[in-house]
Design a protein around this ligand. Structure first.
Ligand SMILES: CSC[C@H]1O[C@H](OP(=O)(O)O)[C@H](O)[C@@H]1O
Length: 371
């Protein structure tokens, strides 16, 4: 998307084509800083420390990480080590596994000397495919917002979103924000309620920054205000992202998503999930039982990142010394609470049959693997 008049993607090849540039998202919204990743360890660190985050972008960064590894040492042993290092960074977003499997399947049959060029080409193709997937999600999701505007008759469509499933979480457009950007560009009057999304505030720090840069009207709210607004008719629809959606339509997303889905169900508010196919795990059905939930540092709960007077970003303690904290980074929204999945192939029901019909090749591949 455009930032300060320039078109920006979240990840791109360095000028020497043997390094990768990323936006350091831990510095936003206070500082727009890019960093250069020169090896697979740098890629792994960027994912684990959430300098890059968001399911699609995690997958793309891992793909480039494998390419950097092949540039250093294209041996089978190093390919295995690189994939293991990247796989261990964050467990929940299935895009990471999807990207690593795609890289491995493409590279293993190749002779070592040709692997680096092939790996960079595939990583770039995965990045470009993400842009197209998200743009398609935007086009299929836009009519949902237009229909809400028509139902309202007057006033902006009130959309609530959680965490950051914006262009910062992908290569461009975002997933949940893609329909918002497309509708906004089409002139649909809209306003976005931005869940701050504790503990890392991806909403307040990233989604609000994105929307502000694109001129989209928005208001930051505390996570616990969403149900209150829905009860008062202030939310026309909810659109969120996903880190892993199962073959039966269960949706794993940032912690707090499930509570928004419950409030939406109780108030008759449509609850949509923007779900590109690399974020769908066709190999599993039961999200609660089968999706690994990342448990992150207690410090993310006991401290909050802010901009010090001196201009640097620092963590400030908000909890007493000695208090424990538990920090599950994701939760699972069961399919029956999901109004629809906005995919790159259309808006579909959150059900096994709909997913298998929309993505028959993926369902067949998963079924064949099960034997
Ligand atoms: C477009 S998927 C973005 C998805 O990823 C976020 O998690 P994190 O910031 O921890 O990577 C959040 O669950 C978003 O919905």
């Amino acid at each position: 998307m455009r930032v300060e008049g320039k078109s920006h993607r979240t990840i791109w090849l360095g000028p020497d084509r043997t390094s990768v540039e990323i936006i350091d998202q831990t510095r936003l919204p206070h500082r727009f800083e890019t960093i250069t990743i020169r090896d697979v360890r740098g890629a792994a660190r960027a994912i684990k420390d959430m300098q890059v985050r968001g399911a699609p972008l995690i997958g793309v960064t891992a793909a480039y990480g494998v390419a950097l590894a092949m540039a250093a040492d294209p041996s089978n042993a190093h390919l295995d080590d690189a994939c293991a290092l990247l796989r261990a960074t964050r467990p929940t977003a299935v895009n990471l596994q999807w990207a690593l499997n795609a890289m491995r399947e493409a590279l293993e049959p190749l002779a070592a000397p040709s692997r680096a060029d092939a790996a960079f080409a595939l990583a770039e193709a995965i990045a470009e495919a993400d842009v197209a997937l998200c743009a398609a999600i935007g086009e299929f999701g836009r009519p949902l917002i237009e229909a809400a505007a028509a139902r309202k008759g007057s006033g902006p469509v009130q959309i609530l979103t959680h965490c950051n499933a914006g262009w910062l979480a992908t290569v461009d457009w975002g997933t949940a924000t893609a329909p918002i950007y497309k509708a906004f560009e089409a002139g649909v009057p809209l306003h976005v309620w931005v869940d701050e999304t504790r503990p890392r505030n991806q909403g307040a720090s990233l989604t609000a920054w994105e929307l502000g840069k694109q001129g989209v009207p928005h208001t930051i709210i505390v996570d616990n205000a969403g149900g209150h607004l829905m009860q008062r008719g202030e939310v026309d629809l909810v659109i969120v992202g996903t880190d892993r959606t199962t073959a039966s339509g269960d949706v794993c997303n940032k912690i707090g998503t499930y509570l928004k889905a419950l409030a939406a169900k109780d108030n008759g508010v449509p609850f949509y999930v923007a779900a590109p196919s690399p974020s769908i795990d066709f190999a599993i059905a039961d999200g609660l039982a089968e999706i690994p939930i990342e448990i992150r540092s207690q410090n993310e709960v006991t401290h909050i990142a802010g901009l010090a007077e001196a201009g640097h970003v620092e963590n400030v303690r908000v909890a007493p010394e000695g208090s424990n904290a538990l920090n599950p980074a994701f939760d699972v929204t069961p399919a029956h609470l999901v109004t629809g999945l906005i995919t790159e192939r259309g808006v579909i029901a959150a059900s096994r049959d709909s997913l298998a019909k929309a993505f028959p090749e993926h369902a067949a591949k998963a079924s064949a693997r099960k034997g």
